[in-house]
Design a binder for this molecule. Structure first.
Ligand code: TRP
Length: 333
């Protein structure tokens, strides 16, 4: 029987701001657990992808380092997991160029993220935004990843990576592992606290809608107290109670309690007690990670040493795939 050990998981994260509680509960926390399930994990910060939208240089650099420190604080184990910064591993850009030449204008034009982002940034519809999926395919295919844990919004990108891999393998013979999207079993979908119909996002205009993983306890409490609910005042999971459903989802994800358990716990108590309880649970969940995070960011030399040592490890894996590809397409090695 095949074990997880023989399977490789790859994921990367945009680092254009501080992670939100949504990133944490929806993805990061589960990805850290996958390390303990024996998979071979490759994780990275997608700073090259960040350039498809205009960034303030000093901020991008700062957020990248902070995101690196946050994931270390969460328990990425550098003995087992390769964890690097995308731009420090040049094979990503190199393979991305080649894959650009094996991807059709038509298929890139159909990507929903491209359509959404070009509508949002109409003044900067650059080539990178268009070929973003080729860079992402390079990220995945370089490491011969079996699984890519992604949320619904990135599934189409994993699918195009599969198409690119299959096409290339069809022309040149087996070169790439064809990756599968891995839809998380316990990934909570956390919505904005102010508009529970839209996903919690760091770019939310209303900062009360999102919780940053670095928010202090007072801020977290205040934001939860202001969370939009409804006039029913009963803590129960039901259609039309999206605000309360969202709070219940967060509370369930953090405490491990089921919805019926939560409904019983707050029976007859109303939102005045429920909201601070959710806040308290979140504060306690984040507290130890925030403490480790502060130690790590304070030790710049250690942080830098970590990402500098990881890049060549990633590069060694990526280089094997890139060399194969270069040979197959006729480049001189
Ligand atoms: N596009 C992903 C996002 O916005 C980030 C990403 C870049 C990624 N490369 C990847 C995710 C490779 C998974 C695999 O969230």
């Amino acid at each position: 029987m095949e074990t997880n050990e023989s399977k490789r998981i790859l994921s990367m994260y945009q680092c254009t701001g501080t992670f939100t509680l949504g990133n944490y509960l929806g993805a990061l926390r589960n990805h850290i657990k996958l390390q303990q399930e024996g998979y071979q994990c490759v994780y990275a910060l997608a700073d090259l992808h960040a350039l498809t939208v205009r960034q303030v240089p000093a901020e991008l650099r700062k957020y990248t380092k902070e995101a690196y420190a946050w994931l270390l604080a969460m328990g990425i184990d550098l003995e087992k997991t390769v964890f690097f910064i995308q731009s420090q591993v040049p094979e990503h850009s190199q393979l991305a160029w080649i894959l650009n030449c094996y991807t059709q204008f038509g298929e890139l034009s159909r990507m929903t993220q491209f359509k959404d982002k070009s509508a949002k940034h109409a003044d900067n519809i650059n080539g990178g935004l268009f070929t973003y999926p080729c860079l992402m395919a390079a990220d995945i295919l370089l490491y011969q990843a079996d699984f890519v844990p992604v949320g619904a919004d990135q599934k189409q990108h994993v699918e195009i990576a599969r198409d690119i891999a299959e096409r290339f393998n069809g022309i040149y013979g087996d070169t790439f592992t064809v990756p599968e999207p891995m839809i998380p079993q316990h990934g909570a979908r956390v919505m904005s606290l102010q508009n529970p119909l839209s996903k919690m996002s760091k770019s939310d205009e209303n900062q009360n809608g999102n919780i940053s993983v670095l928010d202090d306890p007072d801020t977290i409490l205040r934001k939860f107290k202001r969370a939009k609910t409804d006039s029913d005042s009963q803590v129960r999971f039901a259609e039309g109670k999206e605000g309360v459903n969202n709070l219940m989802g967060i509370y369930a994800a953090v405490t491990g309690k089921s919805y019926p358990e939560i409904e019983r716990e707050f029976e007859g108590k109303g939102y005045g007690e429920f909201k601070p309880a959710v806040a308290e649970a979140v504060i306690e969940e984040l507290r130890p990670i925030q403490e480790r995070y502060r130690q790590i960011v304070a030790d710049k030399a250690y942080l830098e040493q970590c990402y500098r040592e990881q890049a060549p490890k990633a590069s060694a894996i990526a280089r094997r795939t890139l060399s194969k590809v270069m040979k197959k397409v006729g480049l001189v090695l």
